[in-house]
Design a protein around this ligand. Sequence first.
Ligand code: URA
Length: 287
Amino acid sequence: MNMSKNASSPDLPADQALRFYLDAGVDETIGTEPLDRYALSQATAKVPKPNRQPTPATSQGKSHSSGSKLGMPASLAAPALSSAASQSATALAAATSSLAELRAAVEGFEGCSLKSTAKSTVFADGNSDGRLMVIGEAPGGDEDRQGLPFVGVSGKLLDLMLESIGFTRESAYITNVVPWRPPGNRKPTPEEVALCVPFLERHIVLVKPEVILMVGGLSAKTLLNRTEGITRLRGRWETVATPGVDVPIPAIATFHPAYLLRSPQQKRLVWRDLLAVKEKLDTSAPS
Ligand code: URA
């Protein structure tokens, strides 16, 4: 949440006023001038909505209007108002032929409003030649400050999870579905996710991992194009197929370390998932 500076608060010394705002859920400062968002939303409501014409299948040479090669469900497709941003994300991602180019494309993309409240674009960490690609959900506060994925408390647990199967954060490759921290660590909206998917797809194509570990429900649902919760999705081998990778990539979902910190009894199941990853890699020759 954020709040303009003229919003009412008790007449308090600065430290107590800050505490007041924090307790009220205000954890972002996104501007120095107050903005009357109520008036703005009233104005937006009066603008007639454009016709929601389906994007012609041929417009990008692809048969899906969301621009998603992962086959995003209609609910995750970018709404018409953002279709220009969605097409721009698709075109930018498709034009990249290296991770450095992809990083620059993500950093230069202005179509997702999450970027305007985030401090950093959190692209990836680890070894892009590694056999294992770990895909989490979205950066939190620590990740936003440091510009790297999974460096906060749940990242420490992810490190331990990886170490338990012989990886480190230097030998695996770690990224997220969404590269910008949603304000207040809220869940990214389906529209925000849809805007980031072309970059995620390209990321997978360029890294070409042997195995993908999907960490958390958002990651599993996005990559598998499914609506079930993580409890149903975890622990099963699936494949992620996106044009540009020759063979569909084996992928398995597991619980998010942030959830494990709240529900440590679930570590047993995560251990099972991690062993499955290890076994899959042990039984296939490195490519
Ligand atoms: N949670 C995630 O899913 N990703 C991060 O980078 C940090 C926390």
